[in-house]
Design a protein around this ligand. Structure first.
Ligand code: AHR
Ligand code: AHR
Length: 521
């Protein structure tokens, strides 16, 4: 006899399966209509990755992306965010059917608060949505959720956000429909940030156990990306695209080193793993240009033939919820059937055509730059944001070519990715490496990073168009609407009117607007 819980689970499964069938039928009809349209209007030729897989007979059975629609006809939700301020959620849709995500929805919903990504919807119609991963054999849970603003990019000419996986973060669906099980054939691809990785276990995307435990060799078949060398690795220093088949990340037929699997670290990297009976492959390449390389294609490792895939889907974690790894995910799919080389080539061409690019606000105040920061208030245009390396106080100080080298060094800052938010910046002291500009009681100091989250937030500033209408302003990460300002030659974070003397609206726009200057040091 079924328990109530099992009955409702069974009913949900049946409903889900029915919905999946209906959705699949709708897609077929949509495909026929699209086909009819294509015949009459040559311009309506747009195909997205899952249209390509479907046309080749290896349809997507899960399609996830926070950046764009993976079907030309898809106009449903891409992902859901939840904001900290009032715990409410909103769904992010494509700008139009088949288009890029409408990041403006996220930006306005999450303004002045922090959002996490609570769900990445399955665009394939199979209901295989990714949500917060539960505890597993290797780690407690639920896992953390990705902070939604951490991975901005441009795709199809529009701003969008990837899913930024810090260690501890993970997504999963243990109750899927139509994902390959046992030794059945499947394909998987993911577009990842090839510069964001670590050597933890295991930044994966793909097929895994439905019970969150390590169920033995062959129980999973997922894409892995990173520099974890415990089981396998390739040439160079990594990162490598490997296949996580459970109790092993494989870079080729045998465990350990396989020279043919190259370091693949393109800013935007396409990673693919395919598997069918007695055969599997790794493909990889630059998601911004060119074609894919086949890094491995051949027989299974010993002990992994046949496979025992279970058909759950994971993102950012290993099969047993090993959650010690980092990475950034933009889009990916699981297919039914083993995609052909020509199909994978067409998908890669589609990814390249999507035009992934690093997101830029156009400001010169970007991570990696060494700069001086000049005041714009008429009183003070010869002054620069400076620390006093004796007292660690920060204010504005006049600097000229005749100034001492110590004064010049104190007026110079090294910009690094924001300690609390990589989209923003932190200002490291040029005179005292390891010291950062931070606010404390709303006043600015250059202090040594103590590694705390509080310090990271106090030391993170998001560069915005200048409050006076030109140049740039530095908005506090944890006090949005408060900006770096000088007042009486002392540095603060200040709002436009407020309770502190330095919040005075008089000259606020000018005092909180700064000009880029070449580094004095
Ligand atoms: O196969 C590597 C990892 O080993 C799997 O992701 C995890 O389930 C196990 O710990
Ligand atoms: O910081 C110098 C000046 O001091 C500011 O422009 C003004 O707000 C205050 O009088």
């Amino acid at each position: 006899m079924l328990t109530v819980e099992a009955r409702s689970w069974h009913a949900a499964r049946t409903r889900k399966a029915l919905l999946a069938v209906l959705a699949a039928m709708a897609l077929v009809v949509a495909g026929l209509l699209a086909g009819a349209g294509a015949a009459s209007q040559a311009t309506a030729a747009t195909q997205e990755p899952c249209d390509i897989y479907a046309a080749a007979g290896t349809a997507c059975v899960a399609a996830h992306s926070t950046t764009r629609a993976l079907y030309a006809a898809y106009d449903g939700p891409l992902y859901q965010v939840r904001r900290v301020s009032d715990n409410t959620t909103t769904d992010i849709y494509p700008l139009s059917a088949g288009g890029a995500a409408n990041a403006a929805t996220q930006d306005s919903f999450c303004a002045q608060t922090t959002c996490t990504i609570t769900e990445i919807f399955d665009q394939s119609g199979h209901g295989n949505n990714l949500t917060d991963a539960p505890a597993g054999g290797a780690a407690s849970g639920p896992d953390n959720l990705a902070v939604a603003s951490m991975a901005p990019v441009t795709v199809e000419g529009h701003k969008a956000y990837g899913a930024y996986i810090a260690p501890g973060t993970g997504y999963r669906d243990d109750s899927t429909s139509d994902i390959a099980t046992g030794d059945a054939a499947q394909g998987e691809y993911a577009v990842l940030d090839g510069t964001h990785y670590d050597n933890g276990c295991c930044f994966d995307y793909g097929n895994a156990e439905t019970n969150n435990d390590d169920d033995g060799d062959g129980a999973m078949e997922a894409i892995y990306f990173g520099t974890e060398k415990a089981w396998g690795y390739g040439s160079g220093n990594g990162p490598w695209i490997m296949a996580d088949m459970e109790n092993g990340l494989f870079s080729g037929q045998a465990a350990g080193y396989n020279a043919a699997d190259p370091t693949t670290s393109f800013r935007f990297t396409t990673a693919m793993v395919e598997g069918e009976s007695s055969q599997w492959a790794i493909l990889g390449g630059n998601a911004q240009s060119g074609s894919l390389a086949t890094d491995y294609s051949g027989v299974r490792p010993a002990g992994y033939n046949p496979m025992h895939k279970q058909g759950a889907i994971i993102l950012g974690i290993g099969g047993d919820n090993s959650d010690g790894s980092a990475g950034t995910f933009y889009e990916g799919v699981l297919t039914s059937g083993y995609p052909s080389a020509s199909t994978e080539a067409a998908v890669q061409a589609n990814i390249v055509a999507a035009g992934y690019a690093a997101y830029s606000t156009g400001t010169p105040f970007v991570a990696g730059a060494t700069v001086s920061i000049q005041a714009t208030t008429p009183c003070c245009t010869g002054d620069y944001l400076s620390q006093d390396s004796g007292s660690d106080d920060v204010g504005i100080t006049a600097v000229t070519s005749g100034s001492s080298s110590a004064t010049k060094a104190d007026a110079t800052w090294v910009l690094v990715p924001g300690l609390a938010e990589s989209d923003c910046v932190s200002l490291e002291s040029y005179s005292e490496p390891g010291y950062y500009l931070r606010h404390y009681d709303f006043e600015l100091y250059a202090e040594q990073n103590d590694g705390s989250q509080q310090f990271a937030q106090d030391a993170t500033f998001c560069v915005q168009p200048g409050n006076s209408g030109s140049n740039w302003s530095f908005e506090s990460d944890n006090y949005p609407a408060k900006y770096i300002r000088h007042y009486d030659y002392v540095g603060y974070i200040a709002s436009d009117g407020g309770s502190n003397a330095w919040d005075t609206a008089t000259l606020w726009t000018e005092d909180s607007t700064w000009q880029y200057a070449a580094p004095w040091a």
